[in-house]
Design a protein around this ligand. Structure first.
Ligand code: GAR
Length: 200
């Protein structure tokens, strides 16, 4: 069984979509641990409710990023795939290299547009008519790794960050479990910048 380690910073609805897919029998994987970089966040509660080991590795308690990451790595021992689900920190090149090809992120825009921490705001400010979300392998850049799956949504004139993010989130909850399923089934082949999806 593929073992997942999920890293979150807050609400944890993407985490919940993965928990739900596993519970529905759609995703043949198990979440070994949920780690957060902040205390008292919903993601910890969601994991606890599902009976999943959950640990806060509070970033504020570490003066050096290397020590923070060493603690994350310690808690990820034995995990096959690391899932960033609303994890709002940049991981070091050393961490990323360690999990090369086994580290996924979801970002709320159609990459390479609107990288960074304010994707919805930036998409609205730019005036795009279509936005969406992207699941990608993480490389040493920010939101720049090979793309696994994307889903698009319409952007309306009266959209706010809240309404747009809610519409995109619905798609996130579909494509993140799907991308993980493809990984679990050994159907993702990274070729340079591209991810080929092999026939099932
Ligand atoms: C999601 O919209 C995810 O795409 C985004 O944070 C949100 C987490 O929601 N991630 C990023 O912006 C990463 N740069 P959640 O805590 O409810 O899963």
């Amino acid at each position: 069984m593929t073992k997942l380690g999920v890293l979150c910073s807050g609400r944890g609805t993407d985490l919940q979509s993965i928990i739900d897919a596993i519970q529905r029998g759609e995703l043949n994987a198990e979440i070994s641990v949920v780690l957060t970089d902040k205390p008292n966040v919903m993601a910890l509660e969601r994991a606890a409710r599902a009976g999943i080991k959950n640990i806060c590795v509070d970033r504020k308690k570490f003066s050096e990023r290397a020590d923070f990451e060493a603690e994350l790595l310690k808690n990820l021992a034995g995990v096959d795939l690391v899932i960033l689900a609303g994890f709002m920190r940049i991981l070091s090149p050393e961490f990323v290299r360690r999990y090369a090809g086994r580290l996924m992120n979801i970002h709320p825009s159609l990459l390479p547009s609107f990288k960074g921490a304010h994707a919805h705001r930036d998409a609205l400010a730019y005036g795009v008519k279509i936005s969406g979300c992207t699941v990608h392998f993480v490389d040493e850049g920010t939101d720049s790794g090979p793309i696994i799956l994307q889903a698009a949504v319409e952007v309306f004139d009266d959209d706010t960050e809240e309404t747009l993010s809610a519409r995109i989130l619905e798609k996130e909850h579909v494509i993140y479990p799907q991308a993980i399923k493809l990984f679990v089934e050994g159907r993702l082949k990274i070729e340079g910048r591209k991810v080929k999806i092999l026939e099932g």
